[in-house]
Design a protein around this ligand. Structure first.
Ligand SMILES: [Zn+2]
Length: 104
């Protein structure tokens, strides 16, 4: 069934962090690198909506997102700015922006 694409997107920043799902995880594995990442979604991350993040640009880990983890933004520029600022403050050396979703 075809649906008209809606222009609305939700913008989030989140930290690439160790998984909070602790069942059977071994320490030293699956640790996030601490980078702040930007993700936009078509559906709001709320309640049971828990999409998987894109692989981290730095460590390739995919963090499962949930509302307790993400910070929501209305303006993608603000989100990107916040992320790069956080990474600078935390001394995260991000690879150069390759194809980051930056609008058009
Ligand atoms: Zn990472």
């Amino acid at each position: 069934m075809k649906q008209k694409a809606k222009a609305v997107r939700y913008w989030y920043t989140y930290r690439c962090a160790p998984s909070s799902e602790t069942r059977g995880r071994r320490p030293g594995h699956d640790l996030g690198c601490g980078a702040t990442l930007v993700r936009s979604t078509k559906r709001e991350i709320i309640g049971r909506e828990r999409p998987q993040g894109s692989p981290c640009i730095k460590c390739k880990k995919r963090t499962r997102l949930h509302e307790g983890l993400v910070k929501e933004w209305f303006d993608p520029q603000d989100a990107l700015l916040y992320a790069s600022e956080e990474n600078r403050l935390n001394d995260i050396d991000m690879p150069r922006n390759r194809g980051e979703q930056s609008g058009e």
